[in-house]
Design a protein around this ligand. Sequence first.
Ligand SMILES: Cc1cc2nc3c(=O)[nH]c(=O)nc-3n(C[C@H](O)[C@H](O)[C@H](O)COP(=O)(O)O)c2cc1C
Length: 291
Amino acid sequence: MKTKKPITDIIRKRHSCRTYSTRPVEKDLKDQLEQLLADSPAGPFGSRSRFELITATDEDRDVLKDLGTYGFIKDPAGFILSAVKQSPRNLEDFGYAMERNILYATDLGLGTCWLGGSFTRSTFAEKISAKEDETLPAVASVGHMAPKMRMVEKAIRWGAGAKNRKPWKDLFFKNGFNGSLSPEDIGIWAEPLEMVRIAPSASNRQPWRIVHESTTRRFHFYLQRSKGYQTRNKILFGIADLQRVDMGIAMCHFEMTGKDLGFFGKWSFDEPNIGKLPELTSYVASWQTSQ
Ligand SMILES: Cc1cc2nc3c(=O)[nH]c(=O)nc-3n(C[C@H](O)[C@H](O)[C@H](O)COP(=O)(O)O)c2cc1C
């Protein structure tokens, strides 16, 4: 489905909204969002996540409160729930499909926030009737944004450095991890890369690294893990491997931007030999361009 606004405008506009207006989501918007969720495609690795929208009416707002978001989210009108089956790249596919839904919700004028840690997994799992072979890596709150952020939201944003993003030189490379890539070097592909750079990520860690290989005209996507992050999250809080979800988000931004701007390409999954990889870095996928 085509968005109303250019995808680059939508990506630039999206930010995590943790304080909502008490106005419920109108039926027309709810219907459109439900249709989008029903049409969610499989991710680049071929697995499909199951999505459901739950929303509150004026009378039953407390139903959503009881689901539990540890005070992070105030007055959401609803949540996008998701249930994901086990497969080797299920979390990347999930990140890709959920971010697509979030961008469409943004296009409809709604605020959203990814929740991978601050939600009570068991109550949300019950709501979506998760089967034994399904997990809930993350959900997203959704609703009309409140005109003002709460103090606690400002504190959360400050804590995560939510406005900050790493510079190009730390994220994008040329023909191996030793050569840095500038927007001038890469011509029309600068905008899809910039849309990866400003994407949301768990705790704003931005684990994506991209190497452009000029001889094959491919962009290779790598995950550079934050040391100890996943082990701590999993052992202490039972949280999913969110940095893999972040990689799916990066792939979604890159592909949607490229397509919206009319540039052609497709995913491939053969790991290239580009020399030694930095510590904690592993290959995920490549985008083969034709331009
Ligand atoms: C996979 C994922 C999980 C996240 N989990 C949470 C969460 O549990 N609680 C929260 O308040 N924000 C969460 N966030 C939001 C990030 O903190 C936020 O995207 C980042 O700080 C950048 O800020 P921005 O979204 O406003 O651009 C999550 C984001 C992603 C992508």
